[in-house]
Design a protein around this ligand. Structure first.
Ligand SMILES: O=P(O)(O)O[C@H]1O[C@H](CO)[C@@H](O)[C@H]1O
Ligand SMILES: Nc1nc2[nH]cnc2c(=O)[nH]1
Length: 293
């Protein structure tokens, strides 16, 4: 007989982690920021920081990818209490999908109401340039089509309904706010809005796959975000998604370009200060709206 395999976390396990964090910090975050590859510097915008290494937090998975530090940073941003994940988890690291999304439900138990989810992504839309920021207006969940959804398995109604709606996953008001903020900062020239497609990775896409994704309606492609967003929406959080276009997807058989993680990290470094200004001003302008921060 095989030993019984763990299929997910229990409500009590999420609670153990949330209670542990609550006991170790006075911060009571209403906003969570998830940093994409090479975008961990975003945490630097938080004041009065309390930092936890993932390895010290009960039940927390460990980051394994370069550009994902593996720290949970609590702090305030313009007086608003936030928690920032410097490092997320991806399917290709070998985590089951319920582990990839573990922190989101912990944040919900901590009282988080708004999730700001960032990522590095390859641009499929030919109008996109390296360094563009893309407001995510919708997603294509390729692993989900194959049955790999974080909500597979028994549904815990304490978090949300069996069949959550996803047609409004990326909050329209938050996207409008981001457009206003970008205009004020003079960022409109490199601000786009589009559809993010998640794939399993870790190999980057073939040329044929890039064409397929583009035909399906994707403007950018990556290996994250969507699983977190589904869990965040399931448990009632408002979601704002932002992709940094770190590289252009290779669409042409004559091209000599090759996608690589170093270019992804380098673009993150080059756009770090604009991203910090964008997220900082965005959070500053977030209004309490129906009690949602
Ligand atoms: O989505 P994030 O975590 O930003 O990272 C993106 O960058 C990595 C590839 O360079 C992949 O992990 C892809 O998903
Ligand atoms: N799948 C995928 N993920 C990325 N992350 C950053 N760039 C890319 C890309 O081109 N493809």
């Amino acid at each position: 007989m095989f030993p019984e395999q763990k299929q997910g976390y229990t409500y009590e396990e999420y609670k153990v982690t949330a209670d542990w964090l609550r006991a170790k910090t006075e911060h009571r975050p209403l906003i969570a920021i998830i940093c994409g590859s090479g975008l961990g510097g975003l945490a630097e915008i938080l004041k009065d920081q309390k930092v936890f290494s993932y390895s010290d937090i009960p039940n927390f998975p460990q980051s394994t990818v370069q550009g994902h530090a593996g720290q949970l940073v609590f702090g305030t941003l313009n007086g608003k209490s936030c928690v920032c994940m410097q490092g997320r988890f991806h399917l290709y690291e070998g985590f089951p999908i319920w582990q990839v999304t573990f922190p989101i439900r912990v944040f919900q138990l901590l009282g988080v109401q708004t999730a700001i989810v960032t990522n590095a992504a390859g641009g499929l839309n030919e109008d996109y340039n390296v360094g563009d920021m893309m407001l995510i207006k919708d997603h294509l969940n390729l692993p989900g089509f194959a049955g790999n959804s974080p909500l597979v398995g028994p549904n815990d109604e304490r978090f949300g309904p069996r069949f959550p709606c996803m047609s409004d996953a990326y909050d329209r008001d938050l996207r409008k706010l981001a457009q206003t903020v970008a205009r004020e900062l003079g960022f409109s020239d490199f601000l786009k809005e589009g559809v993010y497609s998640v794939v399993g990775g870790p190999s980057f896409e073939t040329i044929a796959e890039c064409h397929m994704l583009k035909r399906l309606g994707a403007d950018a492609v990556g290996m994250s975000t969507v699983h977190e967003v589904i869990v965040a929406r399931h448990c009632g959080m408002r979601v704002f998604g932002l992709s940094l276009i770190t590289n252009k997807a290779v669409m042409d058989y004559d091209s000599k370009s090759k996608a690589n993680h170093e270019e992804v990290l380098q673009t993150g470094r080059e756009r770090a200060s604009q991203l910090k200004r964008m997220i900082s001003s965005f959070v500053e302008r977030l209004e309490r709206n129906n009690n949602v921060c």
